[in-house]
Design a protein around this ligand. Structure first.
Ligand code: E4P
Length: 215
């Protein structure tokens, strides 16, 4: 499973890279707005940190504008992936940009047939939002499993990118379901590593090590 970091905060991205688990980055307009930096500048800075795919979201209400923005975003760096919403206009643009050889991450996916449409439109990634479905008492993880089954049935190359992850159990369940990628907020990354019994065991081993006679 590939690990992407879901942030536009370059300090967090550098820290994730230092941990050795950075396979790519996803951003969205909300995350870029939080960074306080200019859109193109922050995407360029992120692309300098990682060679993995960096999702940059186009914002428009028609396919022509999505396509124009997507082509501009793709010029920032070779690892830019254009993020488009799962709308009719977004899918039209997905087809056009994919035909140009530009990778597209289709975002805001909330049902399996939407994911089927995105794959047919040539998406490189599909982003089902687990947490936002759980928030409205729907099973986000079932969506992941059903998309994987549909893609397997028809051998689509589109990668399932589990998004809107809120806690380690989401990562665990997405991995068990076979999601190709999880995009994880930095706050969750540390929790993937920690366990109180690990800390306790480690503290005891360090203490006992002191009592071993040295030659
Ligand atoms: C994915 O690419 C999105 O940026 C993200 O996972 C959304 O997560 P949220 O529902 O926590 O905002």
């Amino acid at each position: 499973m590939k690990f992407f970091i879901d942030t536009a905060d370059t300090t967090e991205i550098r820290d994730a890279k230092a941990l050795g688990l950075l396979d790519g980055v996803t951003t969205n307009p909300t995350l870029v707005a939080k960074s306080g930096k200019k859109f193109h500048d922050v995407i360029a800075e992120i692309c300098d940190i990682t060679e993995g795919p960096v999702s940059a979201e186009a914002v428009a209400d028609n396919a022509e504008d999505f396509i124009a923005q997507g082509r501009e975003l793709a010029k920032i760096a070779k690892n830019v992936v254009v993020k488009l919403p799962l709308t009719t206009e977004g899918l039209k643009a997905c087809r056009a940009l994919s035909d140009d050889g530009i990778g597209v991450n289709v975002t805001l996916c909330f049902q399996p047939v939407q994911a089927l449409m995105a794959a047919k439109a040539g998406a490189r990634f599909i982003s089902p939002f687990i947490g936002r479905l759980d928030d409205i008492s729907t099973d986000g993880m079932q969506l992941i499993a059903e998309i994987i089954q549909i893609y397997d049935n028809y051998m689509f190359d589109t990668e399932v990118l589990a998004a809107s992850i809120r806690h380690p159990l989401h990562v665990q369940q997405a991995a068990l379901a076979g999601a190709h990628v999880a995009t994880i907020p930095f706050s969750v990354v540390g929790k993937l590593i920690q366990h109180p019994l690990t800390d306790l065991g480690n503290a005891r081993f360090m203490e006992d090590f002191k009592n071993i006679p040295r030659t």
